[in-house]
Write a protein that binds this ligand. Structure first.
Ligand SMILES: Cc1cc2nc3c(=O)[nH]c(=O)nc-3n(C[C@H](O)[C@H](O)[C@H](O)COP(=O)(O)OP(=O)(O)OC[C@H]3O[C@@H](n4cnc5c(N)ncnc54)[C@H](O)[C@@H]3O)c2cc1C
Length: 426
């Protein structure tokens, strides 16, 4: 048994602490906020999207970028900065936008996501954590035949790796999700994945924090990681302690789980993590009245509107609406223009789902994104610093698999899945 210090208590830090504790390690979590899950893991899209993992860097993306950047209602926004990391990331992203790379990344992500699904199902069956979890499947709708045909090709490709998805025509989409009636004419078709889940990531973090405290995990909250004390022996560097604004914490091993902030700390330790924040927005709509009116008012399954890249997930009585990817640095201010756009897009799809003039709890968060869309797991150039970083748009979905892999590696065991394509060396 060793003492492991987990840096950050978003969903990645929380799940890592869970598996480390389960494996019998002494665990300390350091988190700058007063509670777990208050940053990117706070109000994300809620989708546990195990089969819909194809990276943003896809074959058809490059031609779409100029029109996206010009359109006022674009899902993607680029705010150029005098920041070498931003440009370096964008160049690496553009390089990854080709079919072979997108397919390789998809295969690695599917392997990890299916492992994650198996683990979350175990947790749901065995742990007393409540987070509005539901197994209700997901429907991705397409507005033009070209995109729909592309999605059907992806479906065929993924079938070989175990995905169970079905292509539906317009009428079948409407029969499955009657609340899509208002955009009937816009639906060219859809891909239905019955095995997708949804759940509230923040509720999970808070519930798991309480559970882990009861099981002996130490949470040092409202404490900020500042720098590291590093020793060097025979050319091998190791962390002896982490310095925070409240003192020093020593340990045998450390896990970087600080979301978009990981890249800064890696730089301070002398290595590069290809992670840059992609800012996204969400709204939360009360659907209680709409649900009483019947199934045609608000969606009962998770829906992705691929034309606008907006996702909808039912969490308890609320509809979580999330989307947008702004390449805008580390600024976490909520832009009212982007919020209005998201409200208008949601209202045009599900106008009867709730009162859009009420407080929709607008929120934004920074997806810690890598250019290829694959996370970075395992060892780093500093011998006892382990990485659980760069989960981008899929951090909630992948968290369980990534955490178990990292916990196994720290315990000196082999991970249950191949880590090919998922390490700093790849
Ligand atoms: C709009 C939007 C929608 C999304 N929808 C989905 C979805 O539907 N499904 C899905 O799977 N994923 C989704 N994601 C992605 C997912 O939310 C993220 O990948 C995930 O939350 C990242 O978790 P994390 O723990 O790495 O980061 P965070 O949640 O940001 O956690 C990092 C933690 O580290 C702490 N920290 C940082 N620096 C320090 C420091 N110096 N000292 C101490 N503590 C520190 C922070 O306070 C924070 O609590 C979405 C993201 C966004 C923005």
């Amino acid at each position: 048994m060793s003492h492991v210090v987990v840096l950050g208590a978003g969903i990645i830090g929380i799940t890592t602490a869970y598996y480390l504790n389960k494996a019998g390690h002494q665990v300390t979590v350091i988190e700058r906020n007063p509670q777990a899950g208050l940053e990117t893991s706070y109000a994300n899209g809620g989708q546990l999207s195990y089969s819909y993992v194809a990276p943003l860097a896809g074959l058809g993306v490059v031609p779409k970028i100029p029109p996206w950047l010009l359109r006022a209602d674009s899902p993607l926004r680029f705010y150029p900065k005098f920041d070498i990391d931003q440009w370096r990331w964008c160049i690496a992203f553009l390089r990854a936008c080709n079919r072979p790379q997108a397919e390789i990344s998809t295969v690695h992500l599917l392997r990890l996501a299916y492992y994650s699904r198996q683990l979350i199902h175990e947790i749901v069956a065995t742990e007393p954590v409540r987070f509005d979890y539901r197994r209700n499947g997901k429907l991705v709708i397409f507005s033009d035949h070209e995109s729909f045909d592309g999605a059907k090709r992806t479906l065929d490709f993924q079938r070989a790796f175990g995905s169970e998805q079905h292509a539906l025509d317009r009428d079948q989409c409407l029969a499955l999700e009657p609340a899509l009636q208002h955009i009937r004419q816009r639906v060219a078709g859809g891909i239905h994945t019955p095995s997708e889940d949804a759940g509230d990531c923040h509720d999970f973090c808070v519930g798991m924090e309480a559970l882990l405290k009861d099981r002996g995990v130490e949470f040092r909250v409202s404490e900020t990681v500042q720098r590291f004390r590093v020793d060097s022996h025979d050319g091998r560097r190791a962390i002896r302690a982490v310095h925070t604004d409240r003192g020093e914490v020593s340990g045998d091993a450390f896990v970087m789980a600080m979301g978009a902030g990981n890249a800064w700390h890696a730089k301070a330790l002398g290595f590069h993590l290809p992670i840059y924040p992609l800012k996204g927005y969400s709204l939360t709509l009360d659907t209680r009245e709409a649900q009483q009116r019947g199934p045609a008012s608000s969606p009962h399954i998770s829906v992705t509107d691929s034309a606008y890249k907006v996702v909808y997930a039912l969490l308890g009585d609320e509809l979580r609406i999330a989307g947008m990817a702004d390449i805008a640095g580390y600024n976490t201010a909520v832009d009212p223009v982007r919020v209005r756009l998201l409200i208008n897009q949601a209202r045009s799809v599900f106008p009867d789902a709730g009162d859009y003039t009420a407080d929709l709890k607008p929120w934004c968060g920074l997806r810690p994104a890598t250019p290829k869309g694959t996370p970075i797991l395992g060892t780093s150039p500093v011998s006892n610093m382990f990485l659980n970083a760069g989960h981008g748009a899929l951090g909630w979905t992948l968290s369980f698999g990534c955490a178990k892999v990292v916990s196994d590696l720290i315990g000196g065991q082999q991970a249950a899945i191949s880590l090919q394509g998922l390490t700093l060396a790849d």
